[in-house]
Design a protein around this ligand. Structure first.
Ligand SMILES: NC(=O)c1ccc[n+]([C@@H]2O[C@H](COP(=O)([O-])OP(=O)(O)OC[C@H]3O[C@@H](n4cnc5c(N)ncnc54)[C@H](OP(=O)(O)O)[C@@H]3O)[C@@H](O)[C@H]2O)c1
Length: 246
């Protein structure tokens, strides 16, 4: 199986690339600006499994024409793509009353429109193969998160998008699911989460710990497997039982 992972250069996306390599899946992963991190992911994946085909591609999610071109190139390089994981995302936090048009637009374009462009570029390929697995990575913020109205809106939008895809294409061999992620230490949380919120997550999480990028990668690997063929339109939370963001 060949898989596309957006944002595979760092964090949770990198753990997914390594998991794909371990599972023997070919993997095309993307980054936006951090080529060194993408190279590092590739080297780590080759250490995990030197036999498997792994390539990285720059892809700016905000640009629909670039997304379309990149997906076309990936399909050309890999010939057959079975699954896509829309993992890449960004934050630009601000209180709703203070949020600029630019902060709103950039996050919605990257986190919500971007995954749509990726999926739209792949759908004909999936439909002609009569198989395809779409996983969209959301967040507990989808149920509301102070200071993140743009991010929370993008992450709840992914749920409506996914459930629509499950209904439109379920009978045509295409499944679509959402993984709602809790707190996982990565560059995103390190650089954009207030100290008080790190404490909040750990105190309020019933398991009293953060998740790992591998916890998310493991679920994704199951959802794209033949063991998960009847799972579609599902929203699956991986958060150590923490039900909400602050
Ligand atoms: N970490 C958490 O606690 C947490 C919680 C809930 C949900 N999530 C979700 O999990 C996913 C992964 O998060 P993470 O923590 O691993 O993030 P991260 O460490 O910040 O990595 C973000 C990835 O997205 C790519 N990216 C950022 N902006 C992009 C753009 N405009 N176009 C294309 N690619 C772009 C980055 O590429 P470059 O390396 O080139 O910059 C990088 O590969 C996201 O969907 C996030 O919302 C994370």
């Amino acid at each position: 199986m060949n898989v596309i992972i957006t944002g595979g250069s760092r964090g949770i996306g990198r753990a997914m690339v390594l998991k794909m390599a371990a599972a023997g899946h070919g993997c095309a992963f993307t980054y936006v600006s951090n080529e060194n991190a993408a190279k590092e992911t590739l080297e780590l994946a080759r250490e995990v499994n030197p036999e498997v085909k792994i390539k990285y591609y720059p892809m700016e999610l905000k640009a629909p024409d670039k997304v379309e071109k990149t997906i076309e190139t990936i399909i050309g390089d890999f010939e057959d793509i079975t699954a896509v994981i829309n993992n890449a995302a960004m934050v630009r936090n601000n209180a709703a009353a203070m949020m600029s048009n630019e902060e709103w637009d950039e996050v919605i374009a990257t986190n919500l429109s971007g995954p749509f462009y990726v999926i739209r570029s792949l759908l004909m390929h999936f439909l002609s193969n009569r198989k395809g697995k779409i996983i969209n990575i959301s967040s507990l913020a989808q149920a509301g998160c102070s200071g993140q109205i743009n991010y929370a809106t993008s992450k709840s939008g992914l749920i409506g998008m996914t459930q629509t895809l499950a209904k439109e294409y379920g009978a045509k061999g295409v499944t679509a699911n959402v993984v709602t992620v809790g707190y996982v230490p990565t560059d995103m949380t390190k650089n954009h989460l207030a100290e008080s919120l790190h404490k909040f997550w750990l105190q309020h999480c019933p398991m009293k710990k953060a998740g790992s990028a591998e916890d998310i990668a493991n679920l994704v690997n199951f959802l794209i497997s033949a063991d998960a063929t009847f799972i579609t339109g599902a929203v699956i939370r991986v958060s150590g039982a923490l039900p909400y963001a602050p």
